[in-house]
Design a protein around this ligand. Structure first.
Ligand SMILES: NC(=O)c1ccc[n+]([C@@H]2O[C@H](COP(=O)([O-])OP(=O)(O)OC[C@H]3O[C@@H](n4cnc5c(N)ncnc54)[C@H](OP(=O)(O)O)[C@@H]3O)[C@@H](O)[C@H]2O)c1
Length: 393
């Protein structure tokens, strides 16, 4: 007899850009990615603006009939049919919004950057532990087959011990007059919404540094890094270019994570000029090609390889029955389903301790770069009636 499929029932908090992308992935047929043990159902969507936004969201993603719509986040977390809430608000809001969900005793998948401060991350994790619920930072890159494969190659030892990882995620977003393409109130540069390159993009550069240099450290030898950072600030006071050195002195390893809103990772989209990520050991290196959040290919270049290497393409499968959709976020959703099915509270792909270590690194970088965010979004005191929870703009 075929094993039963476990179906996870999702509630979606917010109706912006990434919520649409994620939900369209949830609605694809898992069989397109050869997944048969878990499946997903969107049972409710909430918008802090109005119920109408939630209705039009379901229309945009062509959701099947039956999902409920709410005009407040409070109603969503009270819905008994929701197993897990996907928090897709700006990162300024994540602490208050995710805490609202946890306090309601529900499981959470929360978009990156997980919070604005490390203290907020620690409080969320403490609450998840207290409520005995699942909690995961939505760094989808970790669950993509390319990442899994690259980690396996590193662990195979073919490069020797990896000593250095260099990773970048940058977009050229400058205009000729020196301003950026985002208006100053846009969440990319608005400090009220925790804007800046690091929390939005640099987290992916750090993801590559951490998933190789920290994640693969043996459990008994886990070492949090020392962080040295420099930032250039935009006129709004948010960081527009950031470089971080992430040092693990005991392991003698070093990561260099960069991000910028001024220059792109690569002027050549195919990535032939310059890999987004380099993972280097004494016997060779891996180049990861494409954008750091969803790379498209990798190559392993060995010292004794005679100059020959193979480019391994890793395409994202598409669902022809859903307009050819497939973005690559479904693998992290599958991870949530498997964890909940198996009674796990955290994902082995990105354990709680690692989310804290990354957030501490970003905390330190922001401090060194002199970027300051307002009290409303940095407080680690939960307030269910915070404007961040009630749709105050
Ligand atoms: N994983 C990825 O690849 C990826 C990609 C892009 C963004 N993200 C992350 O996802 C989060 C949301 O990004 P996004 O691009 O979806 O942003 P967005 O398009 O601006 O949407 C954010 C949504 O949050 C809700 N919201 C609540 N209070 C808000 C406020 N004061 N201002 C603006 N929006 C508010 C709104 O939905 P309602 O009005 O319906 O409540 C809004 O539509 C960010 O943390 C970002 O870092 C992740």
């Amino acid at each position: 007899m075929a094993p039963e499929t476990y179906t996870l029932r999702w509630g979606i908090m917010a109706t912006g850009g990434i919520a649409q992308t994620f939900v369209k992935d949830l609605l694809t047929n898992p069989a397109i990615r050869d997944v048969h043990d878990v499946a997903h159902k969107v049972v409710a969507v909430a918008s802090s603006r109005s119920k109408d936004s939630a209705v039009s969201f379901l229309d945009k993603v062509k959701a099947p009939e039956g999902a409920k719509t709410y005009g407040s986040y409070h109603e969503l977390v009270a819905d008994p049919d929701v197993d897990i809430v996907y928090v897709a608000t700006p990162h300024s809001h994540h602490f208050q919004n995710a805490m609202l969900v946890l306090e309601a005793g529900k499981n959470v998948l929360c978009e990156k950057a997980l919070t604005v401060t490390a203290s907020q991350t620690r409080k969320l994790i403490d609450k998840a532990r207290e409520k005995n619920v699942f909690f995961m930072e939505a760094v989808w890159t970790r669950y993509q087959p390319l990442s899994v494969k690259v980690r396996e190659i590193v662990q195979s030892g073919v490069l020797g011990p990896v000593h250095r990882v260099i990773a970048d995620l940058s977009f050229a977003s400058g205009k000729e007059d020196g301003s950026l393409t985002f208006p100053n109130d846009h969440r990319m540069v608005n400090r009220d919404l925790a804007g800046g390159a690091l929390l939005d993009l640099g987290i992916y550069s750090l993801t590559w540094v951490f998933q190789i240099l920290y994640h693969l450290q043996p459990e008994a030898e886990k070492e949090s890094p020392k962080t040295v950072a420099a930032m250039n600030q935009y006129e709004t006071g948010a960081d527009e270019s950031t470089s971080i050195i992430v040092q693990f002195p005991k392991h003698k390893t070093m990561g260099i994570a960069t991000t910028s809103l001024r220059v792109p990772t690569n002027y050549d989209a195919s990535g032939s000029l310059n890999p987004a990520i380099r993972i280097q050991g004494p016997l060779g290196e891996i180049h990861v090609i494409g954008m750091a959040y969803r790379p498209t290919a990798y190559k392993v270049i060995l010292k004794n390889g005679g100059g020959k290497f193979e480019v391994v393409e890793c395409p994202v499968p598409r669902d022809e029955a859903r307009d050819g959709w497939g973005h690559g976020m479904f693998w992290e959703a599958d991870e949530c389903a498997r964890c909940l099915r198996d009674g796990k509270k955290e994902s082995a792909g990105l354990p709680w301790a690692e989310s804290i270590a990354i957030m501490e690194c970003m905390d330190s970088a922001l401090r060194q770069g002199g970027v300051q965010y307002p009290e409303l979004i940095t407080t680690d005191v939960y307030d269910p009636q915070s404007p961040l929870n009630t749709g105050g703009r």
